[in-house]
Design a protein around this ligand. Structure first.
Ligand code: NAD
Ligand code: MG
Length: 387
């Protein structure tokens, strides 16, 4: 039986790794929809290889180029956010949501509303709209499988366990590009320096978020939303080797650690085959070569993003949506050279507190429009705040 699969964000790092897994067993999958952004050459190449029913670029002005590249192929070609939403309504068994940013929320929601299995890499979905997404999944009997390495690790450590017996969840962090930099040098760090990662190969935005720990901050919020634990139960620790992705501590003092190479194809493959495990040709760890696993406390003074994540988790409601929006704007402004590396956290904190003082974050969102409204309002504020 072939499975119908769609990938939203197919041209990105997670999307390409997902296609790499499908390519290994082409007869097993029928690709329904692929979406991308401005990398039309890649999108067209993948469409010709996988023959989806529809291929969508997020950007209307890129449509003619995509149409030209796929003329005569029989693949339907569309553009824009609405087209992505429609493509996510096409019946599929398994849908990978791996667009970067809040734009990934729509395909995530549409995937669960049609009762598909949602492979969720887009962490913004859980951070900005966790309760809505989970409630919709419950209502439509959809399964969500996390495809962040840490959350896939926690999920795997919890198989056969009762979440009620969990005492703590420890999310590991590599420390990112500036792990070994003196604090005094961080103010001068450039985007070029921030977008190299010691262990993982990922998209530009998540790599910079790893250096600032905003990625880890997002992951702490993801953990709270997805696993339903309290803020106090979630810890983070620096683990420079990035080989233990997460640990779950139980009430009897035992801990389950998930260990694996820093290769997202493991988490993607796990989600693709769940509840089965299939052989996967990725690197195996040689523990005698590795020798040791190191751990350090993650200092919230050095990483204000972690402190902000705790405030967001305690406050709930629209704080997650605002946090993500402010973080995206801060990142844009850092990449554009408008603010410094350390200014990102200052800007996010100011934006959150402005929004809170204006009384805009204190109600629980009922549906997507509430989330997107908070997202937009926070972006407008964050674009003009001086740091
Ligand atoms: P990426 O930048 O490599 O790819 C992003 C994809 O989103 C591309 O296909 C791009 O065309 C598309 N896109 C960008 N803006 C868009 C828009 N406005 N509308 C529609 N599509 C748009 O990103 P990535 O590293 O693959 O990460 C994707 C998501 O997965 C992010 O949420 C990230 O946090 C998460 N994630 C990534 C990794 C990783 O290893 N790369 C690990 C865990 C989680
Ligand atoms: Mg991660």
């Amino acid at each position: 039986m072939t499975r119908r699969v769609s990938i939203f964000g197919a041209t990105g790092s997670i999307g390409q790794n997902t296609l790499d897994l499908l390519r290994r067993d082409p007869a097993a999958y029928q690709v329904v929809a692929l979406s991308g952004g401005r990398n039309i050459a890649q999108l067209a190449k993948d469409a010709l290889e996988f023959s989806p029913e529809v291929v969508v670029t997020a950007f209307e002005d890129a449509l003619p180029e995509l149409q030209a590249a796929l003329a005569g192929s029989g693949v339907a070609v569309e553009a824009g956010a609405q087209a992505i939403a429609r493509a996510a309504d096409r019946p599929a068994d398994w849908i990978m949501s791996c667009i970067v940013g809040v734009a990934g929320l729509v395909p995530s929601l549409h995937a669960v509303r049609q009762g598909a299995t949602l492979a969720l890499a887009n962490k913004e979905s859980l951070v900005a709209a966790g309760p809505i997404l989970l409630e919709e999944a419950r209502r439509h009997a959809a399964t969500i499988l996390p495809v962040d390495s840490e959350h896939s690790a926690v999920f795997q450590a919890l198989i056969g366990e009762d979440i009620a017996n969990v005492e703590r969840i420890i999310i590991t962090a590599s420390g990112g590009a500036f792990r070994d930099w003196p604090q005094a040098d961080l103010a001068k760090a450039t985007p070029a320096q921030a977008q190299t990662h010691p262990n993982w190969s990922m998209g530009q935005r998540i790599t910079i978020d790893s250096a600032s720990m905003f990625n880890k901050a997002m992951e702490l919020i993801e953990t709270k939303e997805f696993f339903g634990v309290t803020e106090a139960q979630i810890e983070t620790i620096i683990h420079p080797e990035s080989l233990i992705h997460a640990m779950v501590g139980f009430q009897d003092g035992g801990m389950m650690a998930h260990v694996g190479p820093p290769d997202m194809r493991h988490a993607i493959g796990f989600a693709l085959h769940y509840p089965m495990r299939r052989p996967l040709d990725v690197a195996r760890l040689d523990l005698t070569q590795i020798g040791q696993f190191r751990f350090y406390a993650a200092d919230e003074g050095r990483y204000p993003a972690l402190r902000l994540a705790r405030e967001v988790m305690r406050q709930g409601h629209l704080w997650g949506a605002a946090f993500n929006a402010a973080k995206e704007v801060a990142l844009d402004r850092f990449i554009a050279g408008d603010i410094g590396f350390l200014d990102m956290a200052i800007l996010v904190e100011k934006a959150l507190h402005d929004m809170d003082r204006a009384g805009l974050l204190g109600t629980a969102p009922r549906d997507l429009p509430d989330v997107l409204q908070a997202d937009q309002a926070t972006r407008e504020r964050a674009r003009t705040i001086d740091v």
